[in-house]
Design a protein around this ligand. Structure first.
Ligand SMILES: Cc1cc2nc3c(=O)[nH]c(=O)nc-3n(C[C@H](O)[C@H](O)[C@H](O)COP(=O)(O)OP(=O)(O)OC[C@H]3O[C@@H](n4cnc5c(N)ncnc54)[C@H](O)[C@@H]3O)c2cc1C
Ligand SMILES: NC(=O)c1ccc[n+]([C@@H]2O[C@H](COP(=O)([O-])OP(=O)(O)OC[C@H]3O[C@@H](n4cnc5c(N)ncnc54)[C@H](O)[C@@H]3O)[C@@H](O)[C@H]2O)c1
Length: 479
């Protein structure tokens, strides 16, 4: 491989790297993708797909139990082994043959090993066997190296063999007692999953449960976790973690008290995989998030593009939105921008143009697969106020919507919109409740399309569906 020249080098073959490379090849250029672990990245083997497989059976069972006729047909308990076996299938048994075959048919060249930038547009690759090769790109290098779990500096934690999301997601035997540090997205989803799979779960939520979602949505999740038997410790902060000779983990809390568990899962956020990438060569900090312009070109601390602008960063590693779909959206913009610049075509770098990722700032959708689920798009009320917008919000009880009451007995949930008073458009949407996931795309379209409320009145939701909450929200807003 040494001395190989290609049009574009992509470092990291997660969902984002794969999509950048695909766009490059579709645009008529050649691409080499470098991967140090499994082609498919975190999402395929340790994140999106396997976590949702761990959660799905319990969600289906819960749905059945809210319908008396169907509930009568289901009398047993969750088959945990069957859930884990299905999870294994969704993680492709941690084998990337299928994804490698996809790269091949897409015309993308795969090089396995750890990539590091050593000169302009030049990447050195160290294989698992220690062999070193170099590749040079004619046009661009794209960093799509993702993130890893961040371990907070809690005394004793690193020596207590803590789980990160990887160990939790690939679990083979459900522990009797699981302590989770961190009440964010990973913490709450894993508390939901492990509690349903039979573990006694304690969730240590120092900064509150899901502090970045609308408070009413988080409240529904806390109530549901507690009714499922999860101990939710809001405001508790671990001061020390130890594992004794018998294997029991002890989490000591600042201010008194401790939790004993068989395993401790650390879910306190992510750090970018930029520690050993040769970034110092470009005057960028090793281990830091990569700042980018709107076409995903890396920018330095002074806001300018270094060295002629051949370095791009897409996906988790730029910290804009740590979500697969948003990273793939960036990949499409970055891949097309690289092709446009390489071929001399115009670059549409204005807001909502083809080569920018404007939606990252305004219209990011997310579904948190807790019980109940939270579906959101755009800004929360607090986020909109922080962004300096003149906004108001309205909320509606989802249980009062005919479609929801039909969907499940005792349906409990809530939805809300955040309205920009100056433009009369929706800038944020949140729904919490059973099976609200599919509501989110309508909200994303309304926000990204900046559809005025006056026009939204003409988007009539079908009766009797849960989507009728849209009409109820408009009626509430008009009062
Ligand atoms: C538990 C969990 C659940 C999640 N669930 C969801 C979900 O339901 N929906 C959702 O949208 N998002 C979810 N996410 C987030 C999602 O996993 C990420 O947003 C997504 O994986 C980011 O993709 P990426 O390609 O940027 O990075 P990654 O998927 O992390 O891929 C980066 C790749 O780069 C490789 N790499 C790193 N450094 C190098 C190097 N120097 N040389 C060569 N290769 C390198 C890595 O091995 C990896 O394969 C979840 C995250 C976690 C932790
Ligand atoms: N369904 C989904 O879309 C999904 C699922 C899982 C993960 N993800 C993505 O993965 C990313 C990472 O998730 P995450 O849950 O690790 O991060 P997060 O940022 O959502 O939550 C981390 C939580 O840990 C807490 N925390 C931080 N340091 C702590 C400490 N020392 N002690 C106690 N608590 C501490 C924080 O207050 C925060 O609430 C998220 O940003 C999310 O976008 C998405």
């Amino acid at each position: 491989m040494t001395g190989t020249v290609t049009d574009v080098i992509v470092i990291g073959a997660g969902p984002v790297g794969e999509n950048v490379a695909d766009r490059i090849v579709a645009g008529g250029l050649s691409a080499v993708i470098v991967e140090s672990e499994l082609v498919g990245g975190e999402c395929s083997y340790w994140a999106c797909m396997p976590t949702k497989a761990l959660l799905r059976d319990a969600a289906a069972l819960r749905a059945v139990r809210q319908l008396p006729g169907a509930a009568a047909a289901v009398t047993g308990r969750l088959d945990v082994d069957a859930v884990l076996a299905r999870r294994d299938r969704f993680a492709s048994n941690w084998n990337d043959e299928g994804q490698v075959a996809w790269l091949q048919q897409a015309g993308i060249t795969l090089v396995r090993g750890h990539g590091r930038i050593i000169a302009p547009r030049t990447v050195e690759i160290t294989g698992r066997d220690g062999t070193v090769s170099t590749i040079t790109a004619r046009h661009a290098v794209v960093v799509a190296t993702g993130t890893s779990a961040a371990l907070p500096p809690i005394p004793g934690l690193a020596d207590a063999a803590p789980w990160t999301s990887r160990e939790a997601v690939s679990v083979k035997k459900i522990p009797e007692r699981l302590a989770i540090i961190g009440g964010g997205v990973v913490g709450t989803e894993m508390a939901t999953a492990f509690s349903a799979l039979g573990a006694a779960v304690t969730l240590i939520a120092r900064d509150g449960v899901l502090p970045r979602v609308e408070p009413y949505a988080a409240e529904h999740v806390v109530a549901s976790l507690e009714s499922a038997g999860v101990r939710v410790l809001i405001g508790a902060s671990p001061s020390e973690v130890t594992r004794d000779a018998r294997g029991t983990v002890h989490v000591t809390l600042a201010g008194g008290g401790s939790i004993d568990a068989d395993e401790v899962l650390v879910a306190t956020g992510r750090r970018p995989n930029t520690g050993d990438l040769g970034l110092e060569y470009l005057g960028l900090a090793a281990g830091g998030w990569l700042s980018v312009d709107e076409t995903l070109r890396v920018i330095g601390p002074d806001g300018t593009v270094p060295d002629g602008g051949w370095l791009y960063a897409a996906g988790d590693v730029n910290g804009r939105a740590l979500l697969t779909h948003q990273g793939k959206y960036q990949a499409r913009a970055a891949g097309d921008a690289i092709v446009a610049r390489a071929t001399g075509a115009p670059v549409e770098d204005f807001p909502w143009g083809r080569h920018v990722a404007t939606a990252d700032l305004r219209a990011v959708p997310q579904v948190i697969f807790t019980d109940p689920e939270i579906a959101s798009a755009g800004l929360t009320l607090a986020g909109a106020v922080d962004a300096g917008l003149r906004v108001r919000s309205v909320e509606y009880d989802l249980g009062s919507v005919a479609g929801a009451s039909l969907h499940a007995d005792g349906y409990t949930g809530r939805a809300g919109i955040v309205i920009n008073e100056d433009t009369n458009t929706i800038v944020g949407f949140t729904a919490v409740g059973p099976d609200v996931t599919e509501l989110v795309h309508a909200a994303t379209i309304a926000i990204a399309g900046e559809v005025p409320l006056d026009r939204l009145w003409h988007a009539v939701p079908a009766y009797p569906t849960i989507s009728e909450v849209w009409l109820r929200l408009l009626e509430t807003a008009a009062r």
